[in-house]
Design a protein around this ligand. Structure first.
Ligand SMILES: Nc1ncnc2c1ncn2[C@@H]1O[C@H](COP(=O)(O)OP(=O)(O)OP(=O)(O)O)[C@@H](O)[C@H]1O
Ligand SMILES: [Mg+2]
Length: 445
């Protein structure tokens, strides 16, 4: 059933405050839109079921219930209507609940007209499904990956900050690019910044730019990441690695939507959507005081958790074949059944990136360029054995089982850090002393 009748786009406004209603209707009609109004949840649902709309804006507090019910109705019925909510000033939980229920964005009261117009334009211009022309695709048909893709699709339409968490190599950057390229900012820049890779003394000028002469070597005015990303998306990768001093400045910029170049007295407005990512547990860093709580709340409006490859094992064959197809010029190489089953058992601490590396190496080592055997893969025996022991072993006595888990984690960390015990301890989130003690107890050499 096609619900859309082309012509003037129609917007359903659900609100019971006469002033706000008037403001919304006036603004939307000036944009050439047709509006209908409902003053409560029941009426809204009745209209949604009867007519077709291109957009729905709903207040959260309505005389006969919660605006969330309108959002839920639209989603449960699978109606093809983007919906945004209007929330009371400072009620961030409401906004988050609405986004989780399927709203594509929210407006905070008092409603800023500029923001309202931007939101409406976006909702009406964004295609219903992200175009498959986007070259960034997270592969996988497992429930975990399907869920991630559907969340990404919704997040792409919203302007809310997204925080992506996931193990290294699990596709965080790819997800960030999909969020950008599936949304209204797609044609504008996507700037990825590795927050851990910028020397601390250069951070401010890298992020905000500088004026000519503001320090030795500043021979001309230069834009920073914020200006470069203007209108588009700024991806703050490894955001946990931002030094505290920089966190303060970043928070200010995000709140005020203005930047000041180093050495300048003037501020310039910037409009960027922030997507951030880290493989670390940011909440833990907030607890230990290494990450500012206020910035955390700003960035962490919506969390996108990337599954590890272990949590989507059934996708290993599919992803492996896609990687092999990409690596080969003509006919893609095939994996021996044995090689495939070895991959399916392997724990992949480095996730899809590790799978890519393993296959690339396998391909270059294979005697027959069209056939990869399990020997060609050179899967690290330690991890493989540990994994096998984990799966094969009994879960009791509990202490033995826990020891095996611990041994596996430590071995993996050691391997990943090329047997640097200090770095491995850091990765595991324990002190060097605790690391030494545990290695001794478990007899790890
Ligand atoms: N589900 C997937 N389907 C296809 N390719 C994927 C998938 N997940 C990750 N990749 C690929 O794996 C590689 C690593 O992904 P990406 O750089 O996005 O990971 P990351 O989480 O940012 O890793 P890190 O924490 O190490 O920065 C990329 O080449 C990416 O294309
Ligand atoms: Mg990354």
């Amino acid at each position: 059933m096609s619900r859309k009748i082309r012509g003037q786009p129609k917007v359903l406004i659900v609100d019971d405050e006469p002033d706000l209603l008037e403001l919304l209707e006036l603004t939307l009609s000036r944009m050439g839109l047709d509006t209908s109004r409902a003053e409560n949840v029941t009426e809204a649902i009745r209209l949604l079921d009867k007519e077709s709309f291109d957009l729905c804006l709903t207040d959260m507090r309505l005389p006969d219930g919660d605006g969330l019910r309108v959002v839920e109705h639209i989603n449960q019925k699978g109606l093809d209507v983007p919906v945004a909510v209007i929330t009371a000033y400072g009620s961030a939980e409401n906004a988050v609940a609405a986004l989780k229920a399927g709203a594509f964005d929210y407006l905070a009261k008092p409603v800023a007209l500029e923001q309202l117009r931007a939101l409406v334009k976006q909702a009406l211009k964004v295609p219903e499904k992200p175009q498959p022309t986007s070259s960034y695709q997270l592969l996988g048909e497992s429930p975990a990956m399907m869920q991630v893709r559907s969340l990404i699709e919704r997040l792409a339409k919203s302007q809310a900050p997204v925080f992506i968490n996931g193990e290294s190599g699990s596709g965080k950057e790819l997800a960030a690019r999909m969020i950008h390229s599936g949304g209204p900012r797609a044609e504008l820049p996507f700037i990825a910044v590795n927050c851990g890779a910028i020397p601390e003394n250069l951070m401010e000028s890298e992020f905000f730019g500088y004026r000519k002469g503001s320090f030795t070597g500043a021979e001309a005015d230069r834009d920073g990441f914020f200006q470069a990303a203007n209108g588009g998306t700024l991806f703050l990768d490894e955001v946990a690695d931002l030094p505290l001093a920089m966190q303060v400045k970043l928070l200010r910029t995000i709140q005020e939507k203005k930047v000041r170049k180093v050495g300048s007295t003037q501020e310039e407005p910037v409009d960027v959507r922030i997507v951030s990512a880290t493989h670390k547990k940011l909440a833990t860093l907030v607890e230990s005081g290494e990450f500012r709580q206020d910035l955390y709340y700003r960035l962490h409006v919506i969390e996108l958790a990337m599954p590890s490859l272990r949590e989507m094992r059934e996708d290993i064959p599919l992803i492996a074949h896609a990687i092999l197809a990409k690596l080969s010029r003509g006919t893609p190489a095939q994996l021996d059944p044995e090689a495939l089953s070895a991959l399916e058992r392997y724990p992949f601490p480095g996730n899809v990136r590790e799978l890519e590396n393993i296959l690339e190496r396998g391909l270059s080592l294979a005697g027959d360029p069209l056939r990869i055997t399990s020997d060609d893969l050179h899967l690290t025996p330690i991890a493989d054995e540990a994994e096998a022991a984990l799966n094969a072993g009994e879960k009791w006595p509990l202490q033995d089982y826990l020891d095996r888990v611990e041994r596996m984690a430590i071995n993996e960390a050691l391997e990943k850090t090329r047997y640097n015990r200090t770095a491995a301890a850091k990765l595991l989130g324990i002190t060097f002393r605790a690391m030494r003690y545990r290695m001794e107890r478990l007899g790890i050499k």
